[in-house]
Design a protein around this ligand. Structure first.
Ligand code: SF4
Ligand code: SF4
Length: 369
């Protein structure tokens, strides 16, 4: 049975977060040899270079506390990611993480400088992953996610955070190959089965609701979740946010494949109880298409362009920076008269353009309502 430590942490004051890590480790029964003498790689969410207040990246105090725990435990610690489109150094600086690394003398590594193709023959849909080189060299993967909504996958936490282990532009290629939500979610489940992070932490001290994972609203929610099972950590986070965990396809598929437990009834939750920390009225991602709701799949296919929200460029805000052009997995955006223009007939609705546009010039809208 997977064990999940759920801890009430009202704010990011350092002593409180450090104390929560200490308590969490002890509740999970993590022994002294967990980090000792091992190469520990911390993988926070470093999506984009927004400042700490926007709640996009894993909070620096959570990163600091995890790093202190790993260093005290005798690990050789580094931190890395492959952000959406920027250099990891830039995102880490904006997110307040460079300072932490400097204080603790921890190297920052990029997953974008070279990749290693790793084989996973038992993968249901994906049997090869192009991973950042540091990921393949780590002995302990410390997965430091943030609780956020996600317009494409519905929810982003421990499992989704692992997608940043895919090196640089290979993320676009995988998005294109697995362009339907079901397939993308199956690929994420396979990735989880391959990576099996040693410990996953979901930063829910301040979460993101609404149109996440980048443009949602930060909301104080007051907890940290820790588990050796990333699917279980996410199942608890979803339940607290009022999202049925099995509605999130990557959690359902990872559970069904035996890579973790998405059924909260089957979890051993230690620390605080779910009832104590439930979030009231958490705003879901508005563009996320829940499975099984109206319209039925055949109608959805027929009227795709009208039913599923489309990315639309607000010309007045577009500054022709080309970020969307260079990062659209389907290659369907180009600049026309100095503004981005999308060929919707070939758009796969991955919403990467909306997620990455630095000028918030891409909106998601349905054509009919
Ligand atoms: S839509 Fe956004 S990302 Fe695309 S070119 Fe315009 S400003 Fe840049
Ligand atoms: S236009 Fe936007 S939503 Fe459509 S495929 Fe490109 S990045 Fe994805």
């Amino acid at each position: 049975m997977s064990r999940v430590a759920l801890l009430k942490v009202p704010d990011y004051r350092e002593e409180g977060v450090l104390e929560a890590f200490h308590t969490g480790f002890s509740l999970l029964g993590l022994k002294g040899d967990f980090f000792a003498g091992k190469k520990v790689l911390m993988k926070p969410n470093l999506l984009t270079s927004f400042n700490v207040e926007r709640g996009v990246c894993t909070h620096p105090v959570v990163v600091r506390s995890a790093a202190v725990a790993a260093l005290r435990g005798g690990g050789s610690v580094s931190l890395g990611d492959s952000p959406g489109f920027e250099k990891v150094e830039r995102v880490a600086r904006a997110a307040g993480i460079t300072e932490v690394l400097h204080d603790l003398d921890i190297p920052l590594v990029s997953f974008d400088d070279g990749k290693t193709e790793v084989k996973f023959p038992q993968g249901k849909v994906c049997k090869t992953f192009p991973l950042g080189v540091p990921v393949t060299q780590a002995e302990v993967l410390l997965n430091l996610a943030r609780l956020k909504t996600h317009n494409f996958t519905g929810y982003s936490g421990a499992v989704k955070n692992l997608y940043g282990c895919i090196s640089g532009r290979s993320k676009m290629a995988l998005h294109m190959r697995y362009n339907e939500l079901k397939d993308f979610s199956r690929m994420l489940a396979d990735l989880t089965g391959f990576l099996r992070p040693a410990l996953s932490v979901v930063d829910g001290i301040i979460s993101m609701e609404g149109p996440g994972p980048r443009r949602g609203t930060p909301r104080p929610t007051g907890f940290l979740i820790m588990s050796r099972d990333p699917v279980a950590a996410d199942a608890v986070a979803c339940t607290l946010a009022g999202i049925p965990p099995r509605e999130i396809l990557h959690l359902r598929y990872a559970h069904d494949a035996g890579y973790g437990t998405a059924r909260v009834e089957d979890l051993e939750i230690v620390g605080n109880s779910l009832d104590e920390l439930k979030i009231k009225g958490f705003q879901r991602a508005p563009a996320y298409q829940r499975e099984g709701r109206w319209p039925p799949p055949f109608l959805s296919r027929l009227f795709r362009n009208y039913i599923i929200p489309l990315p639309l460029v607000e010309k007045g805000k577009c500054r022709a920076c080309r970020v969307c052009v260079d990062n659209c997995p389907a290659g369907v955006i180009r600049l026309e008269d100095g503004k981005a223009s999308i060929d919707h007939s070939r758009c796969i609705r991955c919403y990467c353009c909306q997620e990455l546009c630095p000028h918030e010039a891409v909106e998601l809208r349905r054509r009919l309502w």
